[in-house]
Structures are given as structure tokens and as C-alpha cells.
Design a protein around this ligand. Structure first.
Ligand code: PLP
Length: 387
């Protein structure tokens, strides 16, 4: 049977074996409610404490500043909701045009509720202009919410500079670090950020668990009201998944894995670029996640490439997973000014901790052959296709 080569780790990751082993007992015997006072409950509560410390250690913050949620999307919604509750008279939000749909959809909803949203643009390389950010913040700005790492291109926003601007303007800052967490080293403590969102399934834990860093310097207003998580997030905790998230955070070692991952990604990228004329990388290549490359191929349609690559055992993506299946060009690539045709001819490859050099060799050959085959099937569509 044909082996699958999984190059879509920004969409999700498989559960690491050690993570599965850590969570399994909590799906079997350890079913106590962590709020219960008998020992079965106390054991579950202690397991949550351990997981909180593990996630806090990877984030470089205090365990008391981490609250567990159901996903990155919930963390984002919670952070922005809490920021807006600080002062109901502040009705302006600053975000960017290249955010994940979790932020975009929430801001669009808030705009319908009368909030004013500033959608900061990016340049052709997907970079944010921090001078423009500074200018956009006003006395009535309730929150700035920005990505750290873009899920489609991997391009990193300058988080230190952004935090400095928010601090000087005394504005509440939320950072969506769902893609950056575990992939690049992070220490929240010196940054002075108020909220940061994380998700388990991007770091080899299961889907359906997330975390939010909420600084103790900021008054917090919960989205889901209840007594759990110190009153900051109601709902009985998903103990097994939280334990898994903690273990996954403990296993993540971005300091060590980032250079090795970047070397494999670079090998994949350069092999494809040299084998396929008319291919080019989208986004800043000097400041991006170590595992991501987004490449446009003249003369193809990414949906067709995805189908053919799938038949050949390669999983990758066209735009973000949340918008794949639709025929729209990626909003991220469009915001970078790519023409519609090039944006719709782009594929994202995101490699993971378990990706091997042999897989990279095999995948780059298959990808190149697939693109050339697609061009040969539709020669008129490509000026570069063989005639
Ligand atoms: N933010 C970014 C940058 C993401 O890539 C994703 C998921 O793809 C999310 C937020 C949402 O996370 P979740 O799937 O846990 O809701």
C-alpha cells in the first residue's frame, strides 16, 4: 500500500505516542471530576495542575496565568471578549487582514454590532508595518489582536515591537500564537502581552483542547461563566485532553527542533523550486516559521493539484484548512497583493517533528512530477508547460 507523506502539520498534527500514553489512563480509570473533593477528583485536579505547569513552562509564564479552553478559537474569542469588557465606551479594534478566520469572523460579527475595526494591511511579503500599527491605535481602541505566525505562509509578525507599541499606547494586546507555540522559542514574561492563544492539536495533542494566557495585570471577564478554572472558564475540564496538551507541551523543544525542521523545509523548497520552472515562494523567507513553505506554481489550479497529490500519497493544503474545499483564493495571499490566478495556484507544505529526510526526498520528486503533469494536461493554461 502507498505510504502517506503528511505535509500539513499547520492544519493539525497526529497525537504523539507519548501524549497518547499520558492521556489514556484519564479516559479509563481516571474519570473523576476535578472539582470533586474525594480522591478520584483530587487526582484529576492534580493532573490539571501538572498540565498547567507544563503549558506555562513552554509559554514562559506563570501556571496561574494559563486557563484551559476547548480550542484556539475559543481562546481568541475569550481574549477579545475580555478586552472589550474592560471599558464599554471603547469601540475600536485593531487587527490585520491576514488573521485566522477565528479572529476575522469574530471581528466581522463585532463590526455588525457597531464596533469599528481597523484591518491592517501587509506588504507583498506578508509583513506588518509597525509604524502603521502605531498610528492606528486611538484613545478608544479596546484591543489589538494580531497573529504571531501566519498559518498559511509561516510569516512572523515582530512580536517584541508590537508589544512595545501596545505598552506605550496602554492598549490591551492579544496575540494568536496558535501556530508559533512549540515551533519557535517563546517567553511571555518580558513581553508584557495581555493575552495569548494556544491550541493542542497543532503540537501533537488531540483536537478540542486549547489554552489562553491571561496576564494577571489585566482584569479578566470570562466568556463561559461557571466556577471552573478559577471562575475564568466555566465547564467541567476535559481532563484527558488537558493532560495530553500538557505532555505535548513538555515534549515540545523548539530550541532543538526548529533548526532541524528548517533544514528539511529548505531542502523541500529548493528541490521543488529547481525542478519546477515558474514556481515561487510566497511570503518573507527570512522571518517565518521553520516548518512552513507556501509556493505558487504558474499554470495550475491548486484544487486540482491537491486531488492529484492526494492520489499520489501527499497531504498538503491550498490556503488554510478552514477555507479549503471552497474555491476562493486565500485571503492571506490576496492581502499580500498576489493576483487571483497566482493565489489560486498556491500550495502550502508544512512539515512536522516526525517528517524524515527520506520523506522530503520522495515528496519533492512527487510534487514536482505532479505539477509538470498537471501543466501537460492543460498546456494552454501555462506559458511554461511543455508543448
Ligand atoms: N489561529 C491560527 C493561526 C490557526 O492556525 C488556527 C487553526 O488552524 C486557529 C487559530 C484555531 O485553532 P483551533 O483549531 O484550535 O480552534
Amino acid at each position: 500500500m502507498q505510504e502517506t507523506i503528511y505535509l500539513d502539520h499547520n492544519a493539525t498534527t497526529r497525537i504523539a505516542p507519548e501524549v497518547f500514553d499520558a492521556m489514556e489512563p484519564w479516559l479509563r480509570g481516571g474519570y473523576g471530576n476535578p472539582s470533586s473533593s474525594y480522591s478520584l477528583g483530587r487526582q484529576a485536579s492534580a493532573a490539571l495542575d501538572t498540565a498547567r505547569s507544563q503549558v506555562a513552562a513552554l509559554a514562559g509564564c506563570q501556571p496561574a496565568e494559563i486557563l484551559f479552553t476547548s480550542c484556539g478559537t475559543e481562546s481568541i474569542n475569550t481574549a477579545i471578549h475580555s478586552a472589550l469588557a474592560l471599558d464599554p465606551d471603547k469601540r475600536h479594534i485593531v487587527t490585520s487582514a491576514v488573521e485566522h478566520s477565528a479572529t476575522i469572523k469574530l471581528c466581522e460579527f463585532l463590526a455588525r454590532r457597531g464596533y469599528e475595526i481597523t484591518w491592517l494591511p501587509v506588504d507583498a511579503a506578508g509583513r506588518l508595518d509597525t509604524a502603521q500599527l502605531e498610528k492606528s491605535i486611538r484613545p478608544d481602541t479596546a484591543a489589538v489582536s494580531l497573529l504571531w505566525a501566519n498559518n498559511e505562509t509561516g510569516v512572523l509578525f515582530p512580536i517584541g515591537e508590537i508589544a512595545e507599541i501596545a505598552r506605550s499606547k496602554k492598549t490591551c494586546l492579544h496575540i494568536d500564537a496558535v501556530q508559533a507555540f512549540g515551533k519557535i522559542p517563546l517567553s511571555l514574561e518580558p513581553l508584557g502581552i495581555h493575552f495569548m492563544s494556544f491550541s493542542g492539536h497543532k503540537i501533537y495533542a488531540p483536537k478540542g483542547v486549547g489554552a489562553l494566557y491571561a496576564s494577571r495585570r489585566m482584569r479578566f471577564t470570562p466568556l463561559l461563566r461557571g466556577s471552573q478554572e478559577d471562575g475564568r472558564r466555566g465547564g467541567t475540564q476535559n481532563v484527558a485532553s488537558i493532560v495530553a496538551f500538557g505532555k505535548a507541551a513538555e515534549l515540545a523543544d523548539p530550541q532543538t527542533t526548529a533548526p532541524a525542521t528548517a533544514a528539511l523545509r529548505d531542502r523541500l523548497e529548493s528541490s521543488i523550486l529547481s525542478a519546477v520552472p515558474g514556481s515561487s515562494v510566497n511570503g518573507d523567507t527570512t522571518n517565518r516559521l521553520p516548518n512552513t513553505t507556501n509556493i505558487s506554481f504558474e499554470g495550475i489550479q491548486s484544487e486540482n493539484a491537491l486531488v492529484m497529490l492526494d492520489e499520489r500519497g501527499i497531504c498538503c493544503s491550498a490556503g488554510s484548512a478552514c477555507t479549503s474545499g471552497s474555491v476562493h483564493a486565500s485571503h492571506v495571499l490576496k492581502a499580500m497583493g498576489l493576483p487571483e490566478g497566482r493565489a489560486r495556484a498556491s500550495l502550502r507544505f508544512s512539515i512536522g517533528r516526525h517528517t524524515t529526510p527520506a520523506e522530503i526526498e520522495s515528496a519533492s520528486a512527487t510534487i514536482a512530477a505532479t505539477i509538470l503533469k498537471l501543466r501537460s494536461l492543460a498546456p494552454a493554461a501555462s506559458p511554461l508547460a511543455p508543448r
